[in-house]
Each structure stands twice: as structure tokens, then as C-alpha cells.
Design a protein around this ligand. Structure first.
Ligand SMILES: N[C@@H](CCC(=O)NCCCC(=O)O)C(=O)O
Length: 253
């Protein structure tokens, strides 16, 4: 059987201060190709050119990447603020309905960083735009100005996994250590998410959609960074890839 087609969310970037592009990091595409065994195809955040419904018809799994722009606060009922820009409303317009559609039909979904935040917002949760401003919370952002990828993606904090939950059972442990490169975080998971991982300071780090017919998970860290070499990341991508293969097979039957 051919590889399952995995839609990989792209986002808006401005090149040379002039040229608009839709892009995602190569690590996202490699993780999908090699660690999940899928055929990665970038989903443009361009609602004037593509629709969530036709994308849903064309893919077997949805991988939601990280991305510097914050989810627009109006998507979860909060006021926007210049301090929390940039936003990427084109991406919001495409991925939020896409997540709802995928969950509804049972198509596998896996989100990292901005991706977990999008899953939460799409399904009725809310975010805080700068989680380090909340009492007792650490700074979860990358070191400012850093260019060395090994430093940017260094493992920074522990995540406690819910005993008996999907993550703890799948990974065979109740504690992992993860990288951390985000300012926003899920604060209210809403009615549709199960929180299965939290950092030492109580930030939501791993979620699952228990009501979904297919695998639907999100993590606040960047699992794509060492998707094959890191055993936790490799297992998550492998489970996601298997689920997408099963979905493709069941669609074809
Ligand atoms: N804007 C959100 C999400 C942060 C995030 O995904 N950062 C990684 C950017 C790297 C990339 O472009 O893949 C937040 O700050 O919480």
C-alpha cells in the first residue's frame, strides 16, 4: 500500500521583507516522512485558495506544526493585543475547522507546540498569550537571540504523565523530559480534551481527545526535533503513522 498522505500545516512568512510564502520547517516534513512513514504535503493557510473540506478529503492524517505566530485571541473569545502579535489568521481559518472535521470523522491528528494550542482552541479550550506572566509559572520560551539549534531545542523541563493514560501506557513511563519553546499555553482545556501531561509548574503539556474515533493528541514540546533519534518522539510519530495507515486502509475498503 502507498504511504498515507499526511497534511502538514504551513504558515505565513515574509521573505526578504517582500515575498509572501507559506512554509514549514523541514524537520516537520522529515518527521512525517521518516518517523511516521507518511507522505508529507504542506497545507497552505490560504482560505481564499483552499478549503478545509477539500483538504480533509485529500489527506489521511493531520500534523499540526509549531509556528511563531500566536493563535488569534478572538478564536477563543479574548481580546487581541499588540503585545502578543504576530498572528496568522489565514492559518487559523484553515486549521481550526480542519481539526474539528478530522476529529469528527476519526482521522488521526497530531499537534506540536502551536499545534496543541490549535487543537485546544478548535475544540472549545482557551489559551493564555504569555503563560510566564501567570503566578508560579516558569518562562517556557527559548533563550532569546540563540542560534544554536542544540541549545534552542535542549530538553528543559520534566513532564508528568497521567498514570494509566494513553501517553503513559504508550511511552511506558510516567515522567519524561522535554524541550520548550513557547509563550502561549492551554489554560482551560474545555470540555473535549483530556489533559495527560503537565510540567513541574502546572503548564498543560500533553492532551488527548477522548471522544475522537481516531487518535487525536497534542504536545506542547517540539517532538519533530529529533523525531527518529528520541525514543519518546519516535514512539509518538510511529503511533500517529500507524493510525494514518489504518485510516487510509479503511477509507479505501
Ligand atoms: N506562538 C506560539 C507557538 C510557539 C511555537 O510553535 N514556536 C515554535 C516556532 C518554531 C516554528 O516555526 O516551527 C507560542 O509562542 O506559544
Amino acid at each position: 500500500m502507498t504511504r498515507p498522505i499526511i497534511g502538514v500545516s504551513g504558515g505565513y512568512h515574509l521573505i526578504n521583507d517582500a515575498y509572501r510564502v507559506q512554509a514549514t520547517g523541514e524537520r516537520n516534513l522529515s518527521a512525517v516522512a521518516h518517523a511516521a512513514g507518511g507522505l508529507p504535503l504542506i497545507i497552505p493557510g490560504m482560505p481564499d485558495s483552499v478549503s478545509p473540506a477539500e483538504i480533509l478529503d485529500s489527506i489521511d492524517g493531520l500534523f499540526l506544526t509549531g509556528g511563531r505566530p500566536n493563535v488569534h485571541p478572538s478564536r477563543y473569545g479574548h481580546e487581541p493585543s499588540a503585545a502578543h502579535e504576530p498572528y496568522d489568521e489565514g492559518r487559523d481559518d484553515i486549521v481550526l475547522p480542519l481539526i474539528r472535521g478530522a476529529v469528527e470523522i476519526g482521522m488521526p491528528v497530531f499537534g506540536v507546540c502551536r499545534g496543541i494550542q490549535e487543537i485546544a482552541v478548535a475544540l472549545g479550550g482557551t489559551l493564555h498569550p504569555e503563560v510566564r506572566d501567570l503566578p508560579g509559572k516558569m518562562n517556557h520560551r527559548m533563550p532569546p537571540g540563540e542560534k544554536d539549534m542544540a541549545v534552542i531545542f535542549r530538553k528543559r523541563h520534566k513532564v508528568r504523565l497521567t498514570p494509566g493514560g494513553w501517553f503513559a501506557r504508550t511511552l511506558g513511563t510516567e515522567e519524561i523530559v522535554t524541550n520548550s519553546l513557547h509563550g502561549q499555553a492551554v489554560v482551560d482545556p474545555g470540555p473535549n480534551l483530556e489533559v495527560e501531561g503537565v510540567s513541574e509548574d502546572g503548564v498543560i503539556e500533553a492532551i488527548r481527545v477522548p471522544g475522537a474515533r481516531g487518535l487525536a493528541i497534542g504536545v506542547q514540546w517540539h517532538a519533530e526535533y529529533e523525531a527518529e533519534a528520541d525514543p519518546v518522539s519516535a514512539m509518538l510519530f510511529s503511533k500517529f503513522g500507524e493510525a494514518a495507515k489504518t485510516w487510509r486502509h479503511s477509507r479505501a475498503a
